[in-house]
Design a protein around this ligand. Sequence first.
Ligand SMILES: [Fe+2]
Length: 262
Amino acid sequence: MKVIQITDIHLVPDGKLLFGEDPVTRFRHCIAHVNEHHPDADLCVITGDLTHDGDEASYRILADCLKELKLPVRLLLGNHDERPVFRSVFPHMPADDHGFIQGVHDAGDTRLVFLDTKEPGTHEGRLCADRLAWLDRMLSEAGERSVYLFSHHPPFELDLPSMDWIRLREEADLRTLVKQHGNVRYMFSGHVHRPSGGTWYGTPFATVPGTNHQHALDFALTGPATTSMEPPAYAVLSLRDAGVVVHYHAFMDRSQQFPYYG
Ligand SMILES: [Fe+2]
């Protein structure tokens, strides 16, 4: 299975800039690049911070942009999103019985699980008792199948103090479920606007750059948290029986390429 993960697109209303760049134009470039280079992908997942301010105008721009995408798409919420506004513009996006934007995508022996870690009034990630109970059921249903979790907030600290303070608060509860069911093969997140990867109690994870701005790599946080304009990218996820391959495709890169020989 091939999945395109795009994250933290932070769309704003027409004519506005964000950190000196136009996130809508960049997202349109991203979609065109995906269409050109990855028409064979099975699914595109956008892991939250769909808009910068959670406003209706930006969600409507998102809906318009997505008309160009030639892949089926799943949308997740991030800390910058607003669930009621999102649902008013995307009423058909799957939600659980409590209205959280959570769902699954099943294909053969593979189950993708999409989590909603948005909590109103905070930038922290949260998985309340209702959301954890839903995840428990989805992992139980999956049984022996391979499960891949998608969430906006990564599951634990990434040594980035300016981001770690707004990480997922229910790390221990999530770990309990992952350990109990034993079928989660990989976790894919956004939120930190950086490429990173590693393992979390043995479960591998990856995060993906944003499409507009990145988060400066600051391990000490000696001053205020800052953005950076490092190259944007999306992830190309190859989910196979033998394992997982993650590539980052820098869709704005125009650097010159040379043949190795000749
Ligand atoms: Fe973000």
